[in-house]
Design a protein around this ligand. Structure first.
Ligand code: G4P
Length: 532
């Protein structure tokens, strides 16, 4: 029995943005449309405070609460939407990158005032690696932002993606009057702080008709006509396939806090966004409509409370049907496992579920069996690919303060790094341990958790490395390189060779001097089986 019907009604996506662009606000408005929450503020209260950089306990506490909002499933019209939350805090960027492997498309929020920002660039790079379809929402049009044509230019250049506006703003800031929908050919008039309704939408049969002057004034009407003429000439109709291939991103303008432009974004999203897609594995491409179940773990959330040591592993269903109490094959451990209490995530509560379909995310209680990227199947021995680890940005040596607790330390650091809190590198031919993280916060989290959960105390000694690169190549050349660069050679947890470069200059020099060695910037450099 094919899952085609279940697949066709699902959309699994994430909203991404630089902090403060409006991701939380937009999420909340979408949930309100889906009836998943009744009051504004329900999501916001779970948000990790942006400036709590030194207070990681607060962040962990918030993270605890946010398990419930990690995946928000809601129904809108006949569509079942799985919205995967991504932490805004940059120290948890790695979490975000991994979550992006479990979605089929994204909505990218850009602040009209600030334009493209640092995190926007990084997130977009990750999307580009997988050709993830992107819809852009330019937010905060109620503020005086960048001129729309300039902003479009900036986004295209900085994010290296072609844009295709589907709506176009009429002024901005105090003068903001609304948007013209280029797709439906209709006018949406802006009213601050009001729920956007169908009545605010006026069909525009002829953009030259006099009623437009009445609605938005002669000057703005003329301006809009000129813009629309230009836009239609340049862009024409949206080529949905180019969007689905990740080559062209449709753009909407609006104001999330005023719930303006959100409904048309959502309506278009459910119309054009991809249904759950298949995924590549190390053996073959698995299509979503295959009969047999497959899925992979993209996130593991640990409970910080030592009285509740359970972890929740997040499984994305890729094909077939996930069923409660049925045995599935854990391909890395080569053993069969089953789950009696798998749960689905609704906006605020978790429900035990009996079955799940492609695109769905299931929460599995885990006692240490899973690590990120693990694959479950109905027996076939395969491993999903495309869940890479990126080079960390900060490196510190882990120093055990209590030799009596060496075992606990080893176990603790191994489990924490399985969760993806940080990366562990061990000196090649030695036992020196180097921890690589994206942000300072993770070091504090590790130190705290090693002590609380494993009774092991440690210190961190900062190291001035610039990047970790996985190295492969000719055996003899690699051996020479390792001998020559001994103090910079590590192994990752899977035994892959890693070169730690002191600086960009060193890295470039080594690459030039060693043309037979390949330097990889993500851990995933093995051959990937693809659909074609
Ligand atoms: P984030 O999740 O991307 O970090 O952003 P978030 O939604 O928290 O929004 C960041 C700030 O921007 C919030 O203000 C929010 O109210 C505001 N904001 C969101 N959308 C719009 C918009 O369309 N127009 C304007 N003018 N502001 C918008 P804050 O002061 O940080 O928080 P709050 O006190 O308002 O909750």
């Amino acid at each position: 029995m094919s899952n085609q019907k279940e697949i066709s009604i699902r959309r699994t996506f994430a909203i991404i943005s630089h902090p403060d662009a409006g991701k939380t606000t937009l999420t909340e408005k979408l949930l309100l449309f889906g009836g998943a929450i009744q009051v504004a503020g329900a999501v916001k209260s779970n948000k990790i405070k942006k400036h709590a950089t030194s207070d990681f306990m607060e962040i962990e506490r918030q993270r605890g609460i946010s398990v419930a909002t990690s995946v928000m499933s809601f129904q809108y019209n006949d569509t079942l939407i799985n919205l995967l939350d991504t932490p805004g805090h940059k120290d948890f960027a790695e979490d975000t990158y991994r979550t992006l492997t479990a979605v089929d498309s994204v909505i990218l929020v850009i602040d009209a005032v600030n334009g493209v920002e640092e995190q926007t660039r990084k997130l977009m790079e990750v999307c580009r690696m997988r050709d993830t379809p992107v819809i852009v929402f330019v937010n905060k049009m109620d503020r005086d932002g960048k001129y729309p044509f300039d902003l479009m230019d900036e986004i295209e250049k900085e994010l290296k993606i072609h844009l295709h506006p589907l709506s176009w703003p009429i002024n901005m800031g105090k003068e903001f009057k609304g948007v013209y929908n280029l797709y439906d050919k209709s006018l949406n008039l802006f009213t601050a702080s009001q729920k956007q309704t169908e009545e605010n939408t006026i069909p525009v049969l002829d953009i030259h008709a006099a009623f437009l002057d009445e609605k938005i004034g002669e000057r703005d009407a003329q301006h809009l006509r000129d813009d629309v003429e230009l836009l239609e000439g340049v862009y024409g109709a949206l080529d949905v396939d180019s969007y689905l291939n990740g080559k062209v991103a449709p753009v909407f303008f609006g104001s999330a806090v005023n719930n303006f432009g959100v409904k048309e974004l959502l309506d278009t999203f459910i119309r054009i966004a991809p249904t759950p897609l298949g995924r590549a594995t190390d053996k073959r491409f698995v299509a979503a409509d295959e009969e047999k179940f497959t899925g992979f773990i993209f996130k593991i959330h640990a409970n910080l409370d030592p009285r509740h040591r359970d972890r929740i592993a997040f499984l994305r269903v890729c094909s077939g049907r996930f069923e409660r109490n049925k045995y599935f094959h854990h391909t890395r451990l080569d053993k069969d496992v089953r789950f009696s209490n798998p749960y689905s995530f609704l906006a605020r509560e978790k429900d035990v579920i009996d079955e799940a379909f492609p695109g769905d995310v299931v929460g599995l209680f885990d006692t240490g069996n899973f690590k990120i990227g693990d694959t479950l199947t109905e027996g076939e021995q395969l491993q999903f690919t495309g869940i890479p680890t990126f080079s960390p940005e900060l490196f510190k040596e882990l120093v055990n303060k209590d030799p009596m607790k060496t075992k606990q330390m080893e176990k603790g650091i191994s489990q924490l790094t399985d969760e993806g809190v940080a990366q562990l590198f061990t000196q090649h031919g030695g036992n020196r341990k180097i921890i690589g993280c994206v942000g300072e916060l993770q070091f504090e989290v590790i130190q705290y958790r090693l002590l609380q959960e494993y009774g092991a105390s440690c210190n961190f000694v900062p190291l001035s490395f610039y990047k970790a690169c996985w190295i492969t190549g000719d055996k003899k050349k690699l051996e020479d390189f390792i001998r020559f660069k001994q103090s910079n050679i590590m192994k990752d947890k899977d035994g892959n060779l890693v070169y730690l470069a002191q600086s960009e200059w060193f890295l470039n020099t080594e690459r030039q001097n060693n043309p037979d060695i390949e330097f990889h910037f993500t851990s995933e450099f093995k051959t990937i089986a693809s659909s074609n």
